[in-house]
Design a protein around this ligand. Structure first.
Ligand SMILES: Nc1ncnc2c1ncn2[C@@H]1O[C@H](COP(=O)(O)OP(=O)(O)OP(=O)(O)O)[C@@H](O)[C@H]1O
Length: 318
């Protein structure tokens, strides 16, 4: 029988206390290999504390973190070889050129012979699409380019697990798109990426799956759709335009268990719908089978940002 490969990241019952304050509360999470996995949560959710434990920078109060089968708390040295960590707003020295900055770190890591180190620097610059900027001063780079230089530095030792704290913060949409493409390409090469943000839409664009954390606790995890369902936000507003069968539609929808706030406005019928994608597909089929001539169907869902704002609001109120 084939042994199953361990997940890239396995966090079990993690707890981080600062004095009497619980910053991470009983967090358990598994990230399969090759994912771009997002960690989203409002300020103070416990994202950085979680990352600091994973990256061996801090001992947790309780719990285990296993990276690619290696226990981070038991075998620090092996864990550090697996991890690449890019902290929030990592600085780059302004008085070095891009290639000098990377070669300095390749030397510090002792990455093989001089020619091997140069080759690795070139590979990493290519991976982050910065080969044309290799001779530029670090201080002359844009914010997006600076993030990618730091990412190149983080890739030098071929980490299998990349932990990136808010890498897209402060980037314009174009720079975010560049970063997203670079991260996807890196994951395709086999690395697993664990990336945080407090902006959900940023991560939902970038990640294969994600989790939501709030006040140290895991609220939901899975694909974007699964997370939306787990957070109980599958409410949507629907407007249908009909050519015939308005009476039938009103009667049929009025008896549907997931439909509420039904309104007729000219040829259009609007209502709130609280069901899954499957039940919504059943609803469309049911309406047509009942004899309604449907011209169009339009749904409006709360954006992911609205959901997160709801989470943050509930913090403030409680
Ligand atoms: N060294 C510390 N001592 C005391 N409290 C701390 C310390 N570090 C973090 N905290 C608190 O723990 C909580 C979680 O902080 P953490 O930085 O992990 O959250 P975060 O989700 O990364 O937030 P942000 O998005 O603001 O960076 C916050 O309330 C923070 O004030």
């Amino acid at each position: 029988m084939l042994a199953t490969a361990p997940p890239a990241i396995d966090i079990r019952d993690l707890r981080v206390d600062y004095g009497n304050f619980i910053a991470v509360d009983d967090l358990s999470l598994t990230v399969p290999k090759g994912e771009v996995f997002g960690l989203v949560g409002p300020n103070g959710a416990g994202k950085t504390s979680t990352f600091r434990v994973i990256t061996t920078l801090m001992q947790p109060t309780y719990g285990e973190v296993i990276l690619d089968g290696v226990d981070v708390l038991e075998d620090l040295e092996s864990a550090r070889r697996i991890i690449g960590y890019m902290p929030d707003l990592a600085p780059v020295p302004s008085d070095l050129k891009v290639w000098e900055f990377l070669e300095f770190h390749a030397d510090a890591y002792g990455l093989g012979s001089r020619s091997q180190r140069k080759e690795r620097v070139a590979e990493c610059l290519e991976a982050v699409n910065l080969t044309p900027q290799r001779n530029n001063w670090c201080k002359a780079l844009s914010r997006g380019q600076t993030q990618r230089v730091v990412l190149a530095k983080t890739l030098l030792h071929r980490p299998r697990v990349l932990v990136l704290d808010e890498p897209a913060s402060g980037l314009d949409p174009l720079a975010r798109r560049d970063l997203r493409n670079v991260l996807r390409a890196i994951a395709k090469e086999g690395a697993t990426i664990f990336v945080s943000s407090h902006i959900l839409s940023e991560l939902s664009e970038m990640c294969t799956s994600l989790c939501v954390m709030n006040r140290g606790k895991l609220l939901a995890s899975g694909t974007v759709e699964e997370v939306r369902q787990q957070l109980g936000n599958n409410e949507r507003g629907v407007t249908i335009a009909l050519l015939r069968g308005h009476e039938i539609a009103l009667d049929w929808l009025g008896r549907h268990e997931f439909v509420h706030d039904l309104r007729l406005d000219g040829e259009r019928v609007s209502f709130g719908f609280k069901g899954t994608d499957e039940t919504q597909a059943d609803l469309i089929e049911g309406l047509i089978a009942a004899g309604v001539r449907l011209r169009s169907f339009e749904e409006r869902r709360s954006s992911f940002e609205d959901i997160l704002v709801g989470v943050a609001e509930s913090n403030r109120l409680s």
